[in-house]
Design a protein around this ligand. Structure first.
Ligand SMILES: [Zn+2]
Length: 364
């Protein structure tokens, strides 16, 4: 693969080797290349729902291939609040798919889903903050069985649960954070109505991320005491945000980026199975009737103002963020690639997890 890096160097990439190209003809039209994107929150893609107990091996593999076409070379399949047994079964299912894939030509494809993100079930039970997570399965952080389940899930996932989004509104925010870290899980705040003191307690105990800041909130918030200010004010806390053009207005994307900066702002898709699909009207057993518009807004069929989830990849979100003009294309790319990868594994480039991809929207 040959291309131009963000710093302007023309290179040939062979596996992990980079060779600088010199004496290029003036007319050379090499394309922009960059390390692949890392999406730490993907619920589904290309028609496959990672939470669906009927998810098939081929559906899962197809989804990871479709993500690759969208330049996402490292993805965290994300499971949301459900009955603990159901979460356990789904982790077992995904790990069975992994073992199956590792024996075949799909080994490279499954390697693009190295970790999982559990979003819930230890989140706020309050309407608005809870979002679309089912109330019946929300668990409290001080539930006597909390650690038992976390350890069973992590065992089923062979230690691959790397991230968990929880709400620190309970009395044991610090203990719960420490317990997650003990199990090898990066703690993230989200779907929360916690106060600033509880958020601070969680951060001081080792919580490192705020999930999809500005979403999963009540429609109306107290102007001073609300979790968005508290999260922005915690310097140690990174934030993830959905730059699809529908979940957050431009001024929030810009403000979050300005406050958190280059290393602590991550772009996520939070994609549903409709990402990567053609616009149109869809019906699902659980989700009901939804419309995916040509602009990739996913809404409830009879309520155009009610979003039914996200349907853009991080790559499509990157294009939207670039179009807003407050950060350079390279800065926006870093927020979808180097920054989240460093958060996960401690380095911002990995030739296996984030091989070089073409940045522009021509054919991959
Ligand atoms: Zn969420």
């Amino acid at each position: 693969m040959e291309g131009i890096l963000w710093d302007g160097r023309a290179v040939e990439v062979c596996g992990t080797e980079f060779r600088e190209l010199t004496d290029l003809p003036q007319s050379s039209s090499l394309r922009r290349i960059a390390p692949g994107l890392t999406d730490i929150q993907v619920n589904g893609f290309g028609g496959a729902d990672f939470n669906d107990p009927e998810l098939t091996f081929s559906g899962y593999i197809q989804a990871l291939r479709a993500l690759r076409e969208h330049r996402v070379t490292c993805a965290l399949p994300t499971l949301i609040t459900n009955a603990p047994e159901v979460i356990l079964d789904q982790l077992i299912r995904l790990e069975t798919f992994r073992e199956e894939a590792e024996k075949t030509v799909d080994a490279d494809t499954i390697a693009r889903a190295p970790f999982y993100h559990l979003e819930g079930p230890f989140i706020s039970p309050e309407d608005g903050y809870r979002g679309a997570h089912p109330l019946a399965h929300v668990m409290a952080t001080d539930d006597p069985n909390a650690e038992k389940w976390i350890s069973r899930w992590q065992e089923a996932a062979h230690g691959r649960i790397r991230l968990m989004t929880f709400s620190p509104h309970g009395k044991n925010a610090a203990e719960f954070t420490a317990m997650l870290r003990k199990h090898g899980i990066l703690p993230a705040i989200g779907h929360t109505h916690a106060g600033s003191a509880q958020i601070r307690e969680a951060v001081q105990a080792g919580t490192v991320l705020a999930t999809h800041l500005g979403n999963a909130c009540a429609q109306l918030l107290p102007r001073h005491a609300n979790p968005i200010w508290a999260i922005l004010a915690e310097d140690e806390l990174a934030v993830s945000m959905i730059p699809d053009g529908f979940h957050l207005p431009p001024e929030m994307l810009k403000t979050f980026y300005r406050v958190k900066g280059r290393e602590k702002t991550f772009l996520i898709s939070d994609a549903t199975q409709y990402a990567g699909k053609k616009p149109g009207a869809y019906h699902t057993h659980i989700g009901g009737d939804v419309i995916l518009t040509p602009e990739r807004k996913l809404h409830i069929a009879d309520s155009p103002n009610v979003l039914a989830g996200a349907a853009k990849s991080v790559w499509e979100g990157w294009m939207h963020m670039v179009s807003l003009g407050f950060a350079t294309p390279e800065e926006c790319w870093h927020a979808g690639s180097g920054a989240p990868l460093k958060f996960l594994i401690g380095r911002e480039f990995d030739p296996e997890l984030t091989p070089m991809v073409f940045v522009d929207p021509e054919e991959p």
